[in-house]
Design a binder for this molecule. Structure first.
Ligand code: BTN
Length: 255
């Protein structure tokens, strides 16, 4: 049950780091850390995740699935779907940009960061799933202004991050259970419906231009490149200190 234990912090370096400490002490699956503000919020690819104190939903969820480490990035897709579920309950249409963004009106409202620790035999010790949602910001720093949106800007009304947390954990609980039983294949149709990536031009990390034509049963993005080839693009989860690199790691970037 996700959210069985919730640690609510006013401010922290990163909820990812705080939950990693609890995970090492043996915290159970479903443990959640939230914060009103992060001084060192982590984004994907080593970027900083900006927040304005009290205006975001910032959470990390501890998962202990019995899976190969290479499957951990699928949890990003699972979380993206759960975020769109929780937005839909507020009549907001979020679209998932593979692998880990949720957009509203073409602007980013949420980012997801899965960080996996491998046992060393290629299987997962745990995954810390970080989710940041812009909730009540009315403005953003210059570098984000053209790309970011908050729930408040999208709806014209303020929202309670606590209520959103409840909705999101409920949605994540349901999607995570479906994924545990049936793998990403069980969520694939719903994910396709909620995604804005299929049909869009993308560039693979090795610089090939193409069009995203589908998502595979394991969550890889299928890209038809200009030379006519079909390439599988696999997203990458951060792998912890005891970890191994997931094989075939490659991300696609949006044009
Ligand atoms: C991205 O770059 O899109 C991923 C952003 C993930 C941000 C969230 S906020 C809660 C959790 N704690 C962090 O330090 N990062 C994640």
């Amino acid at each position: 049950m996700l959210g069985c234990v919730v640690h609510k912090l006013e401010a922290v370096d990163s909820t990812q780091a705080a939950l990693a400490r609890l995970a090492r002490e043996g915290a159970p699956e479903g443990t959640v850390v939230t914060a009103g503000h992060q001084t060192g919020g982590r984004g994907s690819r080593g970027r900083h995740w900006w927040d304005a104190p009290g205006e975001s939903l910032l959470l990390s969820v501890l998962l202990r699935p019995a899976i190969p480490t290479a499957h951990a990035p699928q949890l990003s897709l699972v979380a993206g779907l759960a975020v769109t579920d929780s937005l839909a309950a507020l009549n907001v249409r979020g679209r998932i940009r593979w692998p880990n963004d949720v957009l509203v009106g073409g602007r980013k409202i949420c980012g997801v960061l899965p960080e996996a620790v491998s046992r060393g035999d290629g299987r997962v010790e745990h995954v810390i799933l970080g989710i940041g949602v812009n909730v009540n910001q009315t403005e953003f720093p210059q570098h984000l202004r053209d790309h970011a949106i908050s729930l408040r800007l999208a709806t014209g009304a303020a929202h309670d991050p606590e209520r959103l947390l409840g909705r999101l954990l409920d949605a994540l609980d349901g999607r995570y259970e479906a994924w545990r039983v049936g793998g990403f294949a069980a969520l694939r149709d719903a994910w396709r419906l909620g995604s804005c990536t299929i049909g869009e031009p993308v560039r693979t990390a090795d610089g090939r231009d193409g069009v995203a034509v589908d998502v595979a049963e394991d969550g890889a993005l299928l890209v038809r490149t200009r030379d006519g080839g079909l390439r599988r693009v696999v997203s990458r989860a951060g792998i912890g200190a005891r970890g191994l690199e997931a094989e075939g790691d490659r991300d696609a970037a949006r044009h």
